[in-house]
Design a protein around this ligand. Structure first.
Ligand SMILES: [Zn+2]
Length: 393
């Protein structure tokens, strides 16, 4: 696997300090024309490219807008225009609120520092954030605020692994991730102490396979009692994504679901999805049953339809279900679980944590033949300078 990790190693005068940061474009979907920043805590230094221009402290506001080929910076005492990037860099522990011009949403709060750059259309507010702060933020965005610490430790390792596997997803645009669900929802720095601690206590821990490659740590809400094979669902053939009999799923809120559908609608759906032969069949011959295992595709002769389509096209909670047909031609669908079913089942993990399973036991339950290792011990952890010149001035 040719994963290039753009982990930056920083040097300072006191010796070698390594820090992992990821870069995330905030308000990416909003294509902002400007942003406002308010210092929540600490002190920030403002640079026009690499030149120190301003210092702002707790409570100070900054406004940066794109005006044709320039970024225009204003606060109460200072204004300047530049055709370069503006960096707003924390001096020690600090955090800031940020919002975009014209927003009707609440301002969001983050740690780390910001680089503001522009293209021909809008600006990019790129947050360079310590890895654990990012991990805590995306774990919190997943919800489940009341779960126990071992659950959050498990999710911290899952999402840190996911982050490193997908690093530089937006590399062509000069940052690692966007803040939307395209990458991983990142709405705020975490304010949940249990989550922040869970990220810290698992710092640098990631999952690797038996070849020491970082794994693709898929997860979903509820497995319905049996996880899905990654090969069939997400097209990843790996030992760690093999089906697992999950005896905890039954205690989750999303273990089962049920719906009714006219048989002719089910038939029409199969035909629409390319199963032409379904047109000349009776509805009773189109009934899907999965008594003991998941079936990924429904077949007639040489034609087949991937059942994942019931989630994307029909909005069903999962593609793991049994059907029965009554005399009036109505199909009853008894579904199990929620989500694609691959990898870790979040509701099961929560139940395991509440019953005293530690995070490593939880991870090993869902991902087979994996190792939980420190990122620093991996060969891939080498210094690769970011192409996008994201370093601190
Ligand atoms: Zn993205």
């Amino acid at each position: 696997m040719n994963r290039i990790l753009t982990v930056v190693v920083f040097l300072n005068f006191a010796g070698i300090v390594s820090a992992q940061e990821v870069s995330v474009a905030l308000f990416y979907d909003r294509k902002p024309q400007g942003i406002t920043v308010t210092v929540q805590k600490g002190k920030y230094l403002v640079y026009d490219d690499k030149k120190l221009i301003d210092t702002v402290e707790t409570g100070n506001n900054i406004n940066i807008v794109k005006e044709s080929d320039y970024l225009v910076y204003r606060n109460r005492t200072k204004a300047f225009a530049t055709d370069k990037d503006i960096r707003i860099v924390n001096s020690g522990e600090a955090s800031f609120f940020v919002n975009y011009t014209g927003s009707v949403e609440a301002a969001r709060c983050f740690e780390g520092w910001l680089k503001i750059k522009r293209d021909n259309f809008n600006i990019f507010a790129i947050n360079y954030v310590p890895l654990d702060s990012y991990v805590a933020g995306i774990v919190e965005a997943e919800g489940a605020a009341l779960a126990s610490e071992e659950y959050f430790k498990a999710m911290s390792v899952v999402l840190r692994t996911f982050t490193l596997f997908n690093l530089s997803k937006h590399g062509a645009e000069g940052f690692d991730f966007c803040d939307g669900s395209h990458c991983q929802l990142y709405k705020n720095k975490s304010t949940n102490r249990v989550i922040i601690q869970a990220a810290k206590k698992t710092t640098n821990l990631v999952m690797v396979d038996k070849y020491m490659n970082i794994i693709q740590s898929f997860y979903h809400l509820n497995s319905g009692g049996l996880t899905a094979d990654g090969r069939n669902v997400v097209n990843v053939k790996a030992d760690y994504l093999k089906p697992v009999s999950d005896t905890f799923a039954v205690y989750g809120k999303n273990y089962s679901w049920k719906l009714l559908m006219p048989g002719i609608e089910w038939q029409a759906f199969l035909v629409k999805k390319g199963l032409k032969a379904a047109d000349s069949k009776l509805v009773k011959d189109l009934i899907v049953c999965m008594p003991n295992s998941r079936i990924s595709a429904f077949k007639i002769g040489n034609d087949s339809v991937k059942l994942a389509a019931v989630r994307s096209d029909l909005g069903w909670k999962s593609s793991y279900f049994n059907m029965s047909l009554d005399k009036s031609g109505v199909v009853t669908v008894n579904g199990k679980g929620s989500g694609h079913g691959v990898g870790l089942s979040q509701e099961s993990a929560m139940i395991m944590a509440s019953r005293g399973y530690t995070y490593d036991k939880i991870l090993n339950y869902f991902y087979k033949d994996i190792h939980i290792v420190n990122l620093n011990s991996l060969n891939v952890y080498t210094q690769i300078v970011k192409k996008n010149d994201g370093e601190r001035p």
